[in-house]
Design a protein around this ligand. Structure first.
Ligand code: SF4
Ligand code: SF4
Length: 289
């Protein structure tokens, strides 16, 4: 299975716009939106939900009043101040460390595994399998939900005899990004020519390298700062990172977003579309590493 993850060192680089267009241009693939905190690929892919699965996060402590003797040991060991004087656990403050359960002499502490979100297994309007997830309000993203999305997408791709999965990864370099990158065939970083662009790009390239995943780069809005774009290209040459293409600034991209479409659907003759079509052709020609 050829798993290609599209990432960015930070949010707002136009990553999802690129992914939405690749979804239109590349055949024989499943799609996965692992940007769980801002899962907006579904706005463009018009999915039909076929199945919905529950996602349970890490547990929280709960004290059973009928078994609690009121000895206070749990309050002493809780480093997060999550247990009240009445021995009630505040689920927001509880970090689920388990210390209270371990030390409670009466066995009065149980653990809940609260529902934290849902994973949606869909078909897109084009008939591709597509998996995305949504967290319930207040729940924090974690690599576990990203892994669930990837696993479901892989199952769908395998059962449909597809050879590729295109993953819209989360921005940054945190736990959800690591869960999106590990074990993939290629990480494509979308970056912009801004002052922090090279720094953000370097972080994501180093992360991919750490997990032995080859990295490539797409420079978005490449014409807004040619000097910075030149520096990014130099960085890529120096660090052995392939540049898949440069996408010029194109106000049609915002219009396409407003209409819930990928730029290659909304304005196929636009400069940005031409650039992304070239990038898609390049990706299609790649052999699995
Ligand atoms: S340690 Fe156990 S028995 Fe003691 S107050 Fe806490 S929950 Fe109750
Ligand atoms: S699980 Fe940890 S954080 Fe939660 S109440 Fe118990 S000791 Fe405190």
């Amino acid at each position: 299975m050829n798993e290609i993850v599209i990432v960015s060192g930070k949010g707002g680089t136009g990553k999802t716009s690129v992914v939405a267009s690749l979804a239109c241009l590349i055949e024989n693939k499943a799609m996965a939106d692992c940007d769980v905190d801002a899962a907006n690929l579904s706005l463009v892919l018009s999915p039909r939900v076929r199945e919905q699965k529950e996602f349970f996060a890490g547990g929280k402590a709960i004290i059973m009043p009928e078994e609690c003797t009121g000895c206070g040991v749990c309050r002493d060991v809780c480093r997060f101040g999550a247990i009240s004087e009445e021995f009630i656990v505040d689920p927001v403050s509880c970090e689920g460390c388990g210390a209270c359960r371990y030390y409670c002499p009466a066995g009065a502490v149980k653990f809940t595994t609260p529902l934290a979100g849902h994973c949606f297994i869909c078909d897109t309007a084009r008939g591709d399998p597509f998996v995305y997830a949504e967290l319930l309000p207040g729940e924090e993203n974690s690599g576990k939900l990203v892994t669930m999305v990837r696993t479901e997408a892989k199952e769908k791709a395998v059962s449909a005899g597809l050879s590729r999965i295109i993953i819209d990864g989360p921005p940054g370099i945190g736990c959800p990004v690591i869960a999106s990158i590990t074990g993939t065939s290629l990480a494509v970083a979308v970056t912009e020519p801004t002052a922090s662009g090279i720094h953000d790009l370097d972080r994501i390239v180093q992360l991919a390298r750490h997990f032995e995943v080859p990295a490539a780069v797409i420079v978005n809005k490449s014409d807004i700062n040619p000097d910075c774009t030149g520096s990014i290209i130099d960085y890529c040459k120096t660090n052995g990172v392939q540049v898949f293409g440069e996408v010029p600034y194109d106000r049609e991209i915002s219009e396409a977003q407003r209409h819930g479409k990928a730029i290659v659907e909304y304005a196929p003759g636009s400069p940005a579309s031409h650039a992304i079509i070239g990038i898609a052709e390049h990706i299609k020609s790649l052999k699995k590493e």
